[in-house]
Structures are given as structure tokens and as C-alpha cells.
Design a protein around this ligand. Sequence first.
Ligand SMILES: Cc1ncc(C[n+]2csc(CCOP(=O)(O)OP(=O)(O)O)c2C)c(N)n1
Ligand SMILES: [Mg+2]
Length: 319
Amino acid sequence: MYTKEFLAQLYKKLYTIRVFESRCIQLYRQGLIRGYFHPYLGEEAIAVGACAAIERHDYITSTHRGHGHCIAKGAKVKFMVAELLGKKTGYCKGLGGSMHIADLAVGNLGANAIVGANLPLGVGAALASSMKKDGKVTVVFISDGASNNGVFSESMNLAAIWNLPLITIVENNQYAVSTPITQSTCEANLFKRGEALGITSQQIDGNDVLTVYETVKNFAEHCRRGEGPFLIEAITFRHGGHHVNDPGLYMPKEKLDYYMSIDPIKRGRQYLLEKGGASDNEVKEIEATVEKNMEEAIRFAQSSDELAFDDFLAIVEGY
Ligand SMILES: Cc1ncc(C[n+]2csc(CCOP(=O)(O)OP(=O)(O)O)c2C)c(N)n1
Ligand SMILES: [Mg+2]
């Protein structure tokens, strides 16, 4: 059913996000990246499966944990590293950093540091598509913590009454910073919140790239026929603490071990080998290419300049 090429494409993206996050954490530890940095390690299948199921011109809106979404939607890794390093060759000239990467050329309307704020922006994009009848779908990524914000219900309710082409994916990684979901809601099956608003909603395995792909593909087709919106609750788990300086000691070891055993990268590699019939060498080649691209991206970023102060002032004064 799936071609080797398609599964290889998925694996390459999964592995790119894994390598990007792992290498950037090292750069952070070396003091080359400053500010906050929320790794997407462990959640890669959601971004990759979802973005593979929609078109380049479709929209996404992303979160503070957004590197994976950007890469999956087609961002160039070298401009992302440059942004994280605060260089003028970065996506926002180095002024935005980790949580503000946008790439309009590929439909990425932007990451957002305000938890939940990317959802109404996504509803706005979907409303525009609905009014213009441009056939585009908007996918909004949020996590469990954001679903407790008032803006979640307001946005989803509007999307429902207007039948918007919107797919909201709640990446339920079971924590908002250090607060486990069981302490922030009495109903931890978050897909039920969509159902309460009359929205077709589904809970899925967020560590399985093909499950995510198939679910989003199906819902996107309905959206294009004017039958949206949809809500997907993708169950997953972070591989570490909330941000790069959080050791995550509050995360139970057995749970972490379980999610490590269903690691999205491992499963993506397995799909490529078993369903795609790829050889070990072909997989190694993909991995080597990704690692080489990442090292080139780091060299590009490190050899780039920071924005000159006068250029920075000219940008600020322009607003
Ligand atoms: C409106 C708002 N409230 C609080 C914060 C501080 N904050 C940053 S990330 C975060 C946790 C968000 O949890 P969740 O939505 O589950 O996202 P995850 O970190 O799990 O991806 C909080 C409270 C914020 N950035 N914005
Ligand atoms: Mg969360």
C-alpha cells in the first residue's frame, strides 16, 4: 500500500527532527543558543504524519515546541539553526529565536510562545479559506495544557458553527510543564472536548507516523468538501523535561521506558524496512545524508553574522 519512496520520505523527516533537536541541545549546552528551547523529542511522528497528509499550500500554526512542525512542513534546516543562533540569515533575522519561526512560503503561519494563541489564528486562516473557497486546510498543533485555556473552547466552537476546514491536533504529551494531565482535568480523554462541541473527534496513537498520516489525510479530504472541523487527540510523551534545562525528574521512569519502547523514530525505521522493503544500507544512507545536512547547516549558521544594530533599529522603527 505504501511505496518505499514515501516511507523513506517520512523516515527522513522523522530522523531530521531527531537529529536537529539533539544537535541543537548540544549547541545550547555550548552556550551558542540562548533563551528557551522546548525539544520535540519523542513527538516527531505527529508533525511528520500530519504534514505529509496535507499539501504544501495548506496552513499550519505551531507552538513553543515547534521545531518539528516547521521541519515537517518544509522549513530549511540551515535557516532554522541560524535563527536559533540569533544570526541574520535566520528565518526572522535572528530576532525571533526558537519559538517564533514562521515560513509563509510553505504555509507555516508561525510558532507561538503564548500557549493556545495559535488556535484562534488557525481558525482565522480556516475562516479565510472558507470565505475565499480556496480549498485549503489548516492544521493547528496544540498540546494538553493549551486545551485548558478558555480560548480553546471559544475557537473550536466558532470553527464548528462555521464548518471550517480546520484540523486541531492536540498533542497530548500528558504534561503542561511539570503538571501531569491528571492534575489539570478530571477528564483526561481530551478528544471528548471536541465531541462536546459537536466536532468529530478521534484519539490516536501519536507515536505512530502512519496512524497520524491516515487520520489527517481522511479528515483533510472531508475538510476540503466543507465538512470540517475535526479534532485529533494524539497520545504521546516527551523524552525529557519541559525545556532543555528541565531534567524532568517528576516523569515516572516506567512511563518513559514504555514510550521509549514505542519511539516514533524506531517505528518509522521499522516501517521503511518491513513495509517498504528497504535494506539496512539504504536506511543508513538516509541517516548519513541527514547528519551531513545538519553539520552543513550548523557551519552555515556559525559563519553567518548577527544583524547589525542599525539594521535592527530600522526594522523596529518600521513598525
Ligand atoms: C498563555 C500562557 N500561559 C502560560 C505560559 C507559560 N507556559 C509556557 S509552555 C507552558 C506549558 C504548556 O503545556 P502544553 O500546552 O501541554 O504544551 P507542551 O509544553 O506539553 O507542548 C506554559 C504554562 C505561556 N507561555 N502562555
Ligand atoms: Mg503538554
